[in-house]
Design a protein. Structure first.
Length: 389
């Protein structure tokens, strides 16, 4: 299967779906909350929504598609001006070798960030292509499924008012979710009043769902260690399943210290890249749960290697965000107990620009679980309408 063309297209949509654009206007703590001019919403500093779709075609006419975030419209430039020359004429089935050559070739400007996101999209496209050539879903090529379907947790619950949040949490229970994640509203700049509001937000959800539902909360890189140390003492009575991304991604010392301060599991890693980054997390004993995103960390090929590290170290893997690649990933790995999903809150509605789906045939959860795709490759096709938005 020789590669004859590599095409990269940009769409003004977020790979994370409707949540990313809506979240720009919703309250939550962020790493820029320490600056007053950026503390109101994430939209005050975040880039425009965007995604890149990479399509790799072989001499027999098969096309595989992969994707990644691309808010700065940089992915087409990286692939067209460099990476594509290492793909054209090569065997599309040599996924490991292609990954390694692309990784090594981009070391001067890569290792993390946009170059790895481009490599992630290419890797997903190659797996999609290989699955189509074999007429099998990707998870079967990965050795799965290890279970017939995957639990998903509801990820939303922004601090938009106690009554609305309680109604939203109860709605998720009624829809069959056994776990849900909320967003913390405040960080160090808001002092004890912010701590009290954070605790009230957690308490409100716990009261709404009872003791049999797992709840967790995301600080989105907005805390420092002293603040987190005080905060976890206030939160321990609420039996959180984890606290997510309390610190900047490279501040592994604070993550490791926080684990020593609390019985609440500590999670993070959605902004980490490659097995080398996750190896550092594991060696530092910084997190109980790591949350790689295949559209950032290096695709399915690198995701498998990250899972091997985690399995050997007794660390749980719960991928960041929803998507076709993560369904296949979770079906094929024993170390992944569930995946994230962004439901639409009962008090909200989709904006007109988000009505068109990103993918056709993408499976959606039912009763808190998502089944195994039966179509070849990653099992979806990209909606052409998103390129016209």
């Amino acid at each position: 299967m020789k590669i004859t063309s590599v095409r990269t297209r940009h769409a003004n949509r977020s790979i994370w779906g409707h949540l990313a654009e809506r979240e720009k206007t919703l309250p939550l703590v962020t790493p820029l909350d320490i600056y007053p001019q950026f503390e109101e919403t994430r939209g005050s500093w975040f880039w425009d929504s965007g995604m890149a779709v990479v399509e790799i075609e072989t001499e027999d006419g098969l096309v595989g598609a992969g994707w990644c975030e691309d808010g700065c419209s940089a992915i087409p430039l990286i692939i067209e001006n460099h990476m594509s020359r290492l793909l054209i004429g090569q065997d599309a089935g040599e996924i490991e070798g292609l990954w390694d050559r692309l990784f090594r070739a981009t070391l001067p400007y890569g290792r993390k960030g946009m170059a790895l996101q481009a490599l992630s999209a290419i890797d997903l496209a190659l797996w999609d292509l290989t699955g189509k050539a074999a007429n099998k879903p990707v998870y079967q090529l990965l050795g799965g499924p290890v279970q017939p379907d995957i639990p998903v947790y509801a990820s939303a619950l922004h601090p938009v008012g106690a009554d609305k949040v309680a109604a939203e949490a109860k709605a998720y229970v009624a829809e069959g979710y056994k776990a849900m994640k909320m967003r913390f509203p405040y960080g160090p700049g808001h002092g004890t009043d912010g701590m009290r509001a954070n605790e009230e937000h957690i308490a409100n959800v716990r009261d709404a769902v009872g003791d049999d539902i797992e709840i967790m909360a995301d600080a989105y890189m907005g805390w420092d260690f002293l603040y987190a140390k005080k905060m976890v003492k206030r939160l321990e009575p609420y039996r959180l399943a984890w606290i997510e991304e309390a610190f900047l991604p490279d501040d592994l010392n604070s993550y490791a210290k926080l684990r020593q301060e609390t019985d609440i599991p500590v999670s993070g890693g959605e902004h980490e890249y490659t097995r080398f980054g996750y190896e550092q997390i594991i060696e530092k004993k910084a997190m109980d749960i790591i949350q790689p995103d295949l559209r950032r960390c290096g695709g399915l090929s690198e995701g498998r290697r990250i899972c091997s590290l985690a399995l050997a170290a007794g660390v749980t893997v719960i991928p960041h965000a929803y998507g076709p690649s993560h369904i296949h990933f979770a079906l094929a790995e024993t170390v992944i107990p569930m995946i994230e999903y962004f439901p639409l809150p009962c008090w909200d509605a989709l904006p007109d620009a988000e009505v068109e789906p990103i993918f056709h045939d993408e499976l959606q959860p039912k009763n808190g679980r998502v089944g195994a795709p039966d179509k070849p490759g990653l099992g979806v096709t990209v909606n052409e309408k998103i390129f016209n938005d």
